[in-house]
Design a protein around this ligand. Structure first.
Ligand code: ZN
Length: 489
């Protein structure tokens, strides 16, 4: 079972001390619709917000609202002037063009982008030049992408990189030198906020930090709608359902899904993108393209059918499992020979111990089916094993869900935004006990999964046969054969 790959992207977007700009909470609900809703009326009142959209490299969009009053006071901008004026961007990195648009009465003003220096050549003198230019072009935005490249923590070692230190000092000096309202806004982005020098993150340097989290269900739907505007799309497309299926996807991946769907429509000589195109494109982004010419032996195909039905049955016959959306045994270019797609009806923020245990059981369900039916095991469960182990370990070391270790953190997440690596913080002896506990936990759930399948052997056979013949079945078909229509979503 291939799970949706999750990754985090963070951008600490901050403004210089003096600039009176307020970034909104986060990326979550920045839709074009919403921006238009917030569009500045002809005669703005004192609390009018002027929304601007920032598109970062991956297509992650986030909005920062600028209070009209603040802009007006700070930069003596009026709405009328704004329509004419362009915000210039000075991009710290030549290759990464960001665009800033000020949306005003449906008028989208594209920003003029000025690339000044490539990130790797940002020395102290370049920083000085950058800010000199910025002040001349004000009002403008200085955007420094991957600020950790120059803003890493300084150390006292003799071998420390002198040039980098000078660059950082210059940057700090420039930021301090902002006397009130000179109309330059500094934005910076990083995936490693924890590695930044404390001098950069200290209060007074950057006013705001905006953690850019993965979009939630509502956010995903909104982002899909924004990107779907660029293509011709059937009227009956259920964006909410697509957003549900794309759980864990980033803004960039969602944009990619729309793109894939459009390509699929073109390949099939259609001018309109349908819901089926979108569903297929989600699978392409998650699991790769269908491997049409992959040759599985008849026996292998049977094993895969049982394996996938094993996952689905264990999921469906436990409580609190996400409903099965689709089961397929068509191989994908990612190497998956088949997969079971479960789709939560809503975003889950909290999970109970029981829910995690059930999830582990679901992961082991594929292998359990192979054992129950064929009495032999295959390599097909490698991904499941990885996922189940990860969950079991986290239960003990991070979620405090074992009696033995109670609420003691045994592991800390070292890099929240890049892969979420963890490091153990306990003695070798404790590590051994944790390992034993992880094995015990997975074993218990594996046995539970086997018992479920043994008790429902008839349904297992019936469903596996059906999947073998059809190759792809929907969640409804699955629930119908299982005889639990009432429980299906
Ligand atoms: Zn599996």
């Amino acid at each position: 079972m291939k799970n949706i790959r999750k990754y985090m992207m963070a951008a600490a977007c901050m403004t210089a001390a003096a600039a009176l700009v307020a970034c909104t909470e986060a990326v979550k609900r920045d839709t074009e619709e919403e921006i238009q809703e917030m569009t500045v009326p002809k005669k703005p009142g004192p609390i009018t917000k002027v929304p601007a959209t920032l598109t970062c490299n991956g297509g992650e969009e986030f909005t920062f609202s600028v209070s009209k009053v603040q802009w007006a006071e700070t930069y003596e901008w009026t709405i009328a002037e704004q329509e004419k004026s362009k915000i210039s961007i000075i991009d710290g990195q030549g290759t990464n063009v960001i665009t800033v648009r000020v949306v005003n009465d449906d008028v989208v003003i594209p920003a003029q982008s000025v690339s000044v220096v490539a990130k790797n050549e940002l020395g102290a003198s370049k920083v000085r030049d950058l800010f000199k230019q910025a002040k001349e072009k004000a009002p403008c935005i200085v955007f420094i992408d991957e600020i950790d490249a120059i803003g890493k923590k300084r150390d006292n070692q003799l071998s420390s990189n002198d040039e980098r230190e000078q660059t950082l000092n210059q940057l700090l000096t420039e930021m301090d030198g902002f006397e009130g309202n000179n109309g330059v806004i500094i934005l910076a982005a990083t995936n490693r906020p924890e590695s930044l020098d404390p001098a950069l993150t200290r209060p007074g340097r950057f006013d705001r930090r905006v953690p850019v989290e993965l979009p939630d269900l509502q956010g995903r739907e909104a982002i899909l709608r924004v990107h779907a505007k660029k293509i011709k799309i059937a009227d009956d497309v259920d964006f909410k359902q697509i957003a549900r299926m794309a759980s864990g996807a980033s803004g960039a991946e969602l944009a990619n899904m729309i793109n894939e769907a459009a390509l699929r429509a073109v390949r099939n000589h259609r001018t309109v993108v349908t819901e089926a195109d979108l569903e297929e494109s989600i699978e392409v982004v998650i699991a790769g393209y269908q491997k049409k010419n992959a040759v599985l032996s008849d026996h292998e195909k049977q094993v895969v059918s049982y394996h996938e039905i094993g996952h689905a049955l264990v999921a469906a016959l436990q409580t609190h499992s996400a409903p099965v959306q689709k089961i397929t045994i068509i191989p994908r270019t990612s190497g998956a020979l088949g997969y079971t797609m479960q789709v939560d009806t809503a975003d889950k923020n909290l999970m109970t111990k029981e829910e995690i245990e059930n999830k582990i059981a679901t992961f082991t369900g594929g292998r359990a089916a192979e054992e129950v039916v064929f009495g032999e095991i295959t390599t097909g469960a490698s991904n499941d094993i990885e996922q189940a182990t990860k969950l079991a370990r986290a239960m003990i070391t991070r979620y405090g869900m074992s009696e033995e270790f109670d609420m003691v953190a045994m592991e800390t997440v070292t890099n929240q935004y890049l892969g979420g690596d963890t490091s153990l913080a306990c003695s070798a002896d404790t590590q051994n006990r944790i390992d034993a506990k992880v094995v015990e936990l997975v074993k218990t759930q594996h046995q539970k999964a086997k018992n479920i399948l043994l008790e429902n052997r008839e349904k297992l056979d019936e469903l596996a046969k059906y999947l073998y013949e059809k190759e792809t079945i929907t969640g409804e078909e699955f629930m119908r054969i299982l005889g639990q229509e009432g429980k299906a979503q």
